[in-house]
Design a protein around this ligand. Structure first.
Ligand SMILES: [Zn+2]
Length: 191
């Protein structure tokens, strides 16, 4: 049974990449955002709904429980994205009985990642994308009219931060005997 966590750095459409992995593995794909939205609408959702309404962070522990509850029901395996992006979350997932047996890291070249990040709106932070989500007017955010030109140092910081997380995750999973595979973005289009 394949239990896969998909992670990726900034500039990548993680959901798209995860669905690509899931299709090839022949298992259903789950994203943290969808799982949380469904949970909040359900009969047990009230406490989490309150946190979200008050703009408070939902604790990792709580998210791990919600994610695991859904995944253990999938007897044929699963692909998960959006959670276990940092070691603390990966540990919690394992404690809730949902350790993956493989992790797929989807990567972009640093050049490509910064090219894509440059298309993030400086005002509302919406990410536009040359392939998945192209703004109507080049260089201008459809939603707020802001410029799509994230400063180089912000881009470098986000890429650096991701690299650190990915490195810790790689060490963590390898120590636990979980395979850790790196692939290039399946939808890569050089810009
Ligand atoms: Zn904007």
């Amino acid at each position: 049974m394949r239990k896969v966590v998909v992670i990726s750095g900034p500039g990548l459409a993680l959901g798209e990449a995860a669905r690509w992995v899931a299709e090839r593995a022949g298992v259903p794909c789950f994203g943290l955002g969808d799982l949380m939205r469904k949970y909040v609408q359900g009969p047990m959702g009230e406490p989490v709904r309150r946190l979200v309404n008050e703009h408070q962070r939902v604790p990792d522990e709580l998210m791990a429980g919600i994610v695991a509850e859904r995944l253990v029901a999938e007897e044929g395996g699963w692909v998960l994205y959006g959670f276990a992006c940092i070691v603390v979350q990966a540990e919690l997932l394992a404690r809730h009985g949902c350790e993956p047996n493989s992790v797929v890291e989807v990567v972009l070249s640093e050049h490509e990642a910064s090219e894509r990040l440059k298309r993030t709106c400086t005002q509302c932070r919406t990410s536009w994308h040359v392939y998945y989500r192209l703004p109507r007017v080049a260089g201008v955010c459809d939603l707020c009219g802001g410029g799509l030109d994230l400063p180089d140092e912000v881009i470098a910081e986000r890429i650096g931060q991701y690299k650190q997380h990915a490195e810790s995750l790689r060490t963590y999973f390898r120590e636990r005997g979980v395979s850790f595979e790196t692939i290039s973005d399946p939808y890569i289009i050089e810009t």
